[in-house]
Design a protein. Structure first.
Lengths: 385, 64
């Protein structure tokens, strides 16, 4: 074994990250299948993969808790291969949105096929938000521009500001609209998170522009810039294909929004940072995000699920994120947890005992939904831990 | 001391240059930044937790 330890460390996942980069093309594969079979069910391929195949593979193949050795991290971070795998996914997101919309308008699809295609394209819009998330944490102008382009495909360009300057600052506190609270269902969370994200982003950007001596309605507004890209994309497709393209585009974008909400919902449920002074919280630690080391779903999401390290060290690249023993662990990967979140009683049964165990039963150390506080404070334990 | 660094991600704030994108004019002291302002790159470190930049001795600043 000592000889093995002497060998330089090699990233076994180096080429597996291609999976994250090609995911946005999955609906194109289903369109090819449809062209061959004319069977509308083939347009549900993407949904079958993300809600069927990947959750099952996560359960079967399980976790990988290994970390890159710290001495290998600088080279891993500097390796352009990993960056290019993220850039390459951005045009695929656009291709899927454009080809998907053209198909929905020109092919003879039944309602089943139309719906399957809209949800599939919406999933890729959600993947585009994940791509924009990875790039939006980087410092270079090119990365940040690519991030906004990727977000604009689903009309979520405000996310960059909302996420880096808002969510990361406020994570795991009652003030954060993008941190879900104990007792809060996924559906109620959506209605708080989506408008909360828009308003926080607008406020932060308005404050920045005001410091420059400008009002919010200026070309320098970094929310309006990607919004203009969305208007050009959706408007162009609508002018080209007819007004019927617009409901399709809005449907897939709305679905993409709910997918981002699903990710935010599972990432910090019930977790709370300690106050260290008047209106101040401790710095985000790995224990303030739910983590998942599940192999397959991480390979599809640029390791987004190693979320504990991400919030503790937000500018660390996906390929270098680590597992921490003291981070709370999700029972399975995001895709399986998204399904669980669709059924609030099941979600509470799975997650509430984990939240209570993580807080050692101390309700003052849990981010509790005020509307559900009574249920927990009256000694009611949803399910014995 | 005029140059400061985010201890998490290495973002640098130079009081002489300010940060025009963030709307901080040249000469703006670190202690004058808004209390709810955090590092623009990582988002998690408030200005009061910035550390002196290790190689932050700005020769131009020393001349003034």
């Amino acid at each position: 074994m000592s000889t093995a330890a002497a060998l330089p460390w090699k990233d076994r996942k180096r080429y597996l990250w291609i999976i994250s980069a090609v995911l946005p093309a999955l609906p194109l594969l289903s369109l090819a299948l449809w062209s061959m079979t004319r069977n509308d069910l083939s347009l549900w391929l993407t949904l079958l993969v993300v809600y069927g195949v990947i959750p099952v593979l996560d359960l079967v193949l399980g976790e990988d808790r290994s970390n890159p050795p710290e001495e290998a991290v600088p080279a891993l971070e500097a390796d352009p291969w990993y960056r290019w795998l993220v850039y390459a996914a951005v045009p695929l997101v656009y291709l899927t949105v454009i080809v998907g919309t053209v198909f929905a308008m020109t092919a003879e699809l039944g309602l089943l096929g139309y719906l399957g295609l809209a949800l599939s394209v919406g999933w890729i819009g959600g993947a585009g938000i994940n791509i924009g998330h990875e790039l939006g944490h980087k410092k270079g102008l090119f990365d940040r521009t690519m991030a906004r382009l990727s977000l604009a495909a689903s009309g979520y360009g405000h996310f960059q500001i909302e996420h880096v300057r808002g969510h990361h600052r406020d994570v795991a506190t009652p003030e954060d609209s993008a941190s879900s609270r104990l007792g809060e269902s996924y559906y109620r969370f959506i209605t708080r998170e989506i408008p909360g994200g828009f308003s926080r982003a607008w406020r932060l950007e308005s404050e920045r522009l005001a410091r420059q001596g400008k009002g919010p309605w200026t070309p320098g507004n970094e929310i309006l810039q990607p919004a203009l890209v969305t208007v050009l994309l959706y408007g162009g497709l609508t002018l080209w294909l007819g007004w019927q393209a617009l409901p399709f585009l809005l449907l897939q974008a709305a679905f993409a929004y709910t997918l981002l909400s699903a990710a935010n919902y599972v990432e910090h449920y019930g977790l709370l940072r300690d106050k260290v002074g008047e209106g101040r919280y401790e710095r985000p630690q790995p224990r303030h995000s739910w983590n998942s080391n599940h192999i397959v779903s991480n390979l599809v999401l640029y390791q987004l699920e190693r979320h504990s390290d991400h919030h503790a060290h937000p500018t660390r690249s996906y390929q270098a994120l680590r597992h921490f023993e003291d981070a709370p662990q999700l029972p399975t990967g995001y895709f399986g947890m998204f399904l669980v979140a669709l059924f609030p009683p099941l979600w509470r049964r799975v997650m509430d005992p984990r939240v209570l165990a993580h807080a050692r039963g101390d309700l003052s150390r849990i981010n509790i939904d005020p509307a559900s506080a009574d249920r927990y404070q009256n000694g009611h334990r949803p399910v014995a831990a | 001391m005029t140059r400061w660094r985010c201890p998490e991600c290495g973002y640098r704030y130079d009081e002489i240059a300010g940060d025009l994108h963030e709307g901080f004019a040249p000469g703006m002291k670190l202690c004058g930044l808004p209390t709810d302002w955090t590092c623009p790159d990582c988002g998690i470190i408030p200005a009061r937790e910035f550390v002196p930049d290790a190689d932050g001795r700005n020769p131009e600043a020393d001349k003034r």
